[in-house]
Ligand binder design. Structure first.
Ligand code: FAD
Length: 405
């Protein structure tokens, strides 16, 4: 179709067939009601946007309500009230939540500071740790963050320098963690420390640390490029904790933290693709609404091709994500495949956001427009939870085999 044609084709983001279980379908239907009837009005009432973050009291309200409705603990092991959904189901549920556009999206299942942060630790926790840390988080009463990264230990997570030194029945913690999601409003942190006496030996151990301990300080207040202030640094200076706060065995800290890295990498993809879907939907609506040269811009083939590429790449990324989810459900190792999904979905979602800005023209580059925000937010996913380069390293290592590792 060329620019002189005035009839506009019907433009709709294709709705993929639902591939999850009946339980997940029902769960998503209930989530839809919760988000539409409660979370959207709550955000409107308090002027909360993705960039204008909610105060802790409002977040607590969301966590508690999500818990009451049976959403908050869905990712926990079944013994703790989890739903026992497959990876495919989890993927579809998360994609739905992010595609809703709710600024509370990271709080519905508690991804930022709730059950997904502690579920994998439940097996290691002592009964005392279950009572003091895991159950309060599972019940939506307390918030927790997970701290590995340090100023000198980013991609090379094993290089961490935060030290935990045993002193009688206690450990004394010193060091700085940075870029820790949820730290500005956490009650507890899981901190991965070096417990090696020899700096040349990498030995890491995990600890629960309460925020109100002397020597525990959160430094926050900066914003990421997405305009959000969810992250901060945790500064530990002579912070004493009971030895009973050690999680699992000494020397198993990073192994514990990264134990579910394959599934976790995959489970970042639905967030990115849910957000990319929003960018596509907004672009389709804009292409129909915005008129230039006497017709909707969606009538121009150049704009149609942008939209077609967005929809095609979204479908491809989604197919990869779901195929890896199915492999994980089948019990396959899928380490390289999960990295491929994280790499491809993050790069694709950003390209989709970039095209969405282009379709919106000037409106797309003005702050306050959703695609402008999505462009900045989706750029971050190429760095978070393992950069694109680190994913490529993982894929290449798996391809080349042990001789070149
Ligand atoms: C918003 C946000 C939230 C975060 N949340 C958390 C959190 O909750 N908990 C936590 O522990 N951390 C968190 N992080 C930290 C995040 O995991 C790190 O930023 C990420 O792992 C990269 O580390 P770095 O920033 O130090 O970059 P660097 O490791 O310094 O990397 C800089 C560049 O060098 C490249 N590079 C490094 N090593 C290699 C290599 N071997 N081969 C090829 N290229 C390489 C990288 O790909 C990148 O391009 C968060 C970060 C952000 C921005």
């Amino acid at each position: 179709m060329d620019a002189t044609t005035t009839t506009l084709p019907t433009l709709r983001a294709p709705m993929p067939p639902f591939e999850g279980s009946d339980g997940a379908r029902d769960f998503i239907a209930r989530l839809d009601t919760f988000i539409r009837d409660e979370l959207h009005p709550l955000a409107d009432k308090h002027g909360i946007t993705s960039e204008n973050g909610a105060p802790r009291a409002l977040l607590e309200q969301v966590w508690r309500r999500s818990h009451e409705l049976g959403f908050y603990g869905v990712t926990l092991p079944k013994a703790l009230g989890g739903a026992g959904f497959s990876v495919v189901d989890h993927t579809l549920i998360k994609e739905f939540i992010y595609a809703s556009g709710s600024p509370f999206a990271p709080h519905v299942l508690g991804e930022l500071t709730g059950p997904p942060r502690v579920g994998a630790l439940a097996k290691q926790a002592t009964p005392d740790q279950m009572e003091r840390f895991i159950l309060p988080v599972a019940r939506a009463e307390k918030a927790i963050c997970f701290a590995i990264t340090e100023p000198e230990a980013g991609s090379d997570a094993g290089a961490l320098q935060t030290r935990a030194v045993r002193d009688g029945d206690e450990f004394v913690l010193d060091g700085t963690k940075r870029f820790i999601s949820g730290s500005p409003f956490c009650d507890f942190a899981v901190i991965i420390c070096s417990t090696s006496d020899d700096p040349a030996v990498r030995e890491t151990t995990a600890f629960f640390v309460e925020r109100d301990r002397p020597g525990f300080r959160v430094e926050a207040g900066y914003k990421t490029m997405a305009g959000q202030s969810h992250t901060g640094s945790i500064v530990l200076s002579g912070c004493r904790i009971p030895a009973a706060n050690q999680i699992g065995e000494r020397g198993r800290g990073l192994a514990l933290a990264l134990g579910r890295i394959t599934v976790n990498r995959l489970l970042h993809c639905p967030a990115m693709l849910g957000l990319a879907r929003l960018a596509l939907e907004d672009s389709l609506a804009h292409a129909i609404r915005r008129r230039q040269f006497g017709q909707p811009i969606g009538a121009f083939q150049a704009v149609q091709h942008l939209l077609a590429d967005m929809a095609t790449e979204l479908a491809a990324a989604r197919a990869l994500m779901l195929s890896v989810a199915r492999s994980l459900d089948a019990g396959d190792d899928a380490r390289a495949e999960a990295s491929m999904a994280k790499l491809f979905c993050s790069e694709t979602a950003f390209r989709i956001a970039d095209r969405a800005v282009q379709v919106h023209g000037g409106e797309g580059i003005v702050q306050g427009s959703r695609v402008e925000f999505l462009f900045r937010l989706l750029r971050m996913y190429r760095v978070l939870t393992g950069t694109s380069e680190i994913q490529r390293n993982t894929i290449a290592r798996e391809l080349l085999g042990p001789t070149l590792r």
